[in-house]
Design a protein around this ligand. Structure first.
Ligand code: CP
Ligand code: NVA
Length: 298
C-alpha cells in the first residue's frame, strides 16, 4: 500500500518517478490512454479551505478515470467527534483512496494506518508534500535540474511549506536557506532529523544572495488566525520585493504557493512580474498530483 503522508522519509526514487511521470502526463493531457483510476471512487476529506488543491485533485482524479466525493470535515460525523480511526475504517471499506487536508499530521498518519487505502496528505500543519513536489517540477521545467542549486525561503520558516522544503533538500540534494525572525525559525530537532544542506538565518540579504529560487508563503497560515497581528508585526521585514530579487542570481525564479497577500510576504510589483511562474506552479499541481495518484495505485 503506497501513501504520500510527508516528504520526511519519502524516498528519492519515488520523487524521481513522480516528477518524470508528471512530464508525460502534462504533455499528454486530454489524450491519456492509461486510466489507472477506472472504476475507483476517491474520498477527499478537507478540514481547511482550499482552491488549488481541491480543484486540481478533483479534476485530476476524473482525468485518470476515477470518481471523487468531496467531504467537508464539518459535514461528516468526524466534525462531531467521531474518531479518525473509525472514519478511516468506514471509508476504507467503500472508497479506493483518500486525499486529506487537516491540522494534525498524526490524523493523516492514523487514517492511512486504519483505512487500508492509499492516502495522500493535501496539507497538514506539518507538511505540504504535494506543493513542494510541484515546485521542484516547476523549477526544473523552467531552469533544469534543481540539484546543486540554492532555494531561499523567506517568511514563516516554521510552517508546513518550508518544512516540506527542508525534507526535500536532504533527499533531493539542493541547498536550502531560510530567512525568518527568531520566533519563526524551524526547530533544531527538526533540522537535525532532516539533515541536508539547510542554512537558517534572520538576515534576508544573507539568505538571498545568489539564490536560484526565491520562495515565500503566507505569514498567517490556516489555523493561526488568532496570531495574525503579532505575526504581521514580527514578519514585516521578511518580504520578497525588488530589493531582495536584485540580490539573487540574475536568472532567479520567484515562486509563491498561493494564496498571496500583496504588501505582506510579497509586494504587488514583484508578484505581477513573476505571475507567469506563479500561476504555472498552480497549474502544475494538476499534473504532479495526477502523477502522485498514478504512483499510488501502481
Ligand atoms: N497552495 C495551495 O495549497 O492552495 P490551496 O490552499 O488553495 O489549496
Ligand atoms: N502555510 C499555508 C499554506 C497554504 C497553501 C497554510 O497552511 O495556510
Amino acid at each position: 500500500m503506497k501513501h504520500l503522508l510527508k516528504l520526511e522519509d519519502f524516498p528519492r526514487a519515488a520523487i524521481e518517478e513522480i516528477l518524470s511521470s508528471a512530464t508525460v502526463l502534462k504533455a499528454g493531457r486530454g489524450a491519456h490512454t492509461n486510466l489507472p483510476l477506472t472504476g475507483q471512487t476517491w474520498a477527499m476529506i478537507f478540514s481547511k479551505s482550499s482552491t488549488r488543491t481541491r480543484v486540481s485533485f478533483e479534476i485530476g482524479i476524473r482525468e485518470l478515470g476515477g470518481q471523487v466525493i468531496f467531504l467537508n470535515a464539518r459535514d461528516i460525523q468526524l466534525g462531531r467527534g467521531e474518531p479518525i480511526k473509525d472514519t478511516a475504517r468506514v471509508l476504507g471499506r467503500m472508497a479506493h483512496g483518500a486525499v486529506i487536508r487537516t491540522f494534525a499530521q498524526s490524523d493523516v498518519d492514523e487514517f492511512a494506518r486504519f483505512s487500508g487505502i492509499p492516502t495522500i496528505n493535501a496539507l497538514t500543519d506539518d507538511e505540504h508534500p504535494c506543493q513542494i513536489l510541484t515546485d521542484i517540477f516547476t523549477f526544473e521545467e523552467l531552469r533544469g535540474s534543481l540539484r546543486g542549486k540554492t532555494v531561499t525561503f523567506i517568511g514563516d520558516g516554521a510552517c508546513n511549506v518550508p518544512i516540506s522544503w527542508i525534507f526535500a533538500a536532504a533527499t533531493y540534494g539542493f541547498q536550502l536557506r531560510i530567512a525568518a525572525p527568531p520566533e519563526f525559525q524551524p526547530s533544531k530537532t527538526l533540522l537535525e532529523r532532516a539533515g541536508g544542506d539547510v542554512h537558517c538565518c534572520t538576515d534576508v540579504r544573507e539568505a538571498v544572495r545568489g539564490a536560484h529560487l526565491l520562495y515565500t508563503d503566507v505569514w498567517v497560515s490556516m489555523g493561526k488566525e488568532d496570531e495574525a497581528a503579532e505575526r504581521l508585526a514580527l514578519l514585516k521585514d521578511y518580504q520578497i520585493n525588488a530589493e531582495t530579487v536584485a540580490l539573487a542570481h540574475p536568472e532567479a525564479l520567484v515562486m509563491h504557493c498561493l494564496p498571496a497577500y500583496r504588501g505582506k510576504e510579497i509586494d504587488e510589483a514583484t508578484f505581477e512580474a513573476n505571475a507567469d511562474t506563479i500561476f504555472r506552479q498552480a497549474e502544475n499541481r494538476l499534473h504532479v498530483q495526477k502523477a502522485i495518484l498514478n504512483w499510488a495505485v501502481a
